[in-house]
Design a protein around this ligand. Sequence first.
Ligand code: NAP
Length: 281
Amino acid sequence: MSARILDGKLIASRVKEEVVAAVAGLDYTPGLATVLVGDDPASHSYVRGKRRDAEQVGIGLFHHELSNTVEQGVLESLIDELNADDDVDGILVQLPLPDGLDAGAIVERIDPLKDVDGLHPFNLGLLALSRPGLRPCTPSGIMRILSEYDIAVSGVKVVVVGRSFLVGRPLALILSEKGVDATVTVAHSRTRDLVAETADADIVVAAVGSPRLITAEHVKPGATVIDVGVSRTDDGLVGDVDFESVVEVAGAITPVPGGVGPMTRAMLLVNTLKAAEGRRG
Ligand code: NAP
């Protein structure tokens, strides 16, 4: 039997409609500043997509492009300007930054109230405390996919493969919150036996960046598989999940592309709206 496909593109379009309706009810235009440093084609493509989305939902855009030789101080001054600009509600610095720039220091310089990526230590701290704040987009997008498809999370065993601050760790925090109530295992490159961890999980989330790492043997029949990974290969964009084999075993699965990616982008719009409402009341 073939798994149900969890259509991230479809859910993302629903989320966008909600944002359009919410923006239409405001007496100001929420503003998103995008900061793109260097000439990495993937980063350019991601930022183009994010700007297109923002335009579609009526969010105002402030775009800044800097060369890959820009000095840390210049980038920090730009962040200071954006922090002080009342028309800017959200600041997105596209990561990774070119070598030689301290991404951590840049993220920490962003006003936490404008941190629409939810990666500032202040916001990650609020998340760790289960308090409201701006939360990272990819984990939020995954939670929305699960909820839209009525996939039970409470009490179930979830294995999150990957422990980055961008995806794996914040997702594990959200899933294990009181009220969400999953039983969460976080696997990583030092996990001794990955199959043993994932094979009895009700939900497997793969956020590794290793093409087709998760195969049918990792997945319990009927389990839900969320593929976060995106690797550019000769075959095009490939996820962390071996879709062809896993789709035959899993109960539900996100495709790559068209699964988690569009939801990450949609949640950036939600966070920009949230930041605007938070700042402007
Ligand atoms: P990352 O910072 O490189 O983290 C990768 C994680 O995978 C690390 O925790 C690493 O363990 C773990 N890992 C590596 N090899 C492993 C293995 N063989 N078995 C188990 N765990 C292993 O990556 P990231 O930023 O989280 O991104 C992960 C992937 O998701 C990438 O492909 C990225 O492009 C993609 N991504 C997609 C979206 C989207 O919207 N679709 C958003 C964000 C990221 P250690 O900690 O031990 O090194």
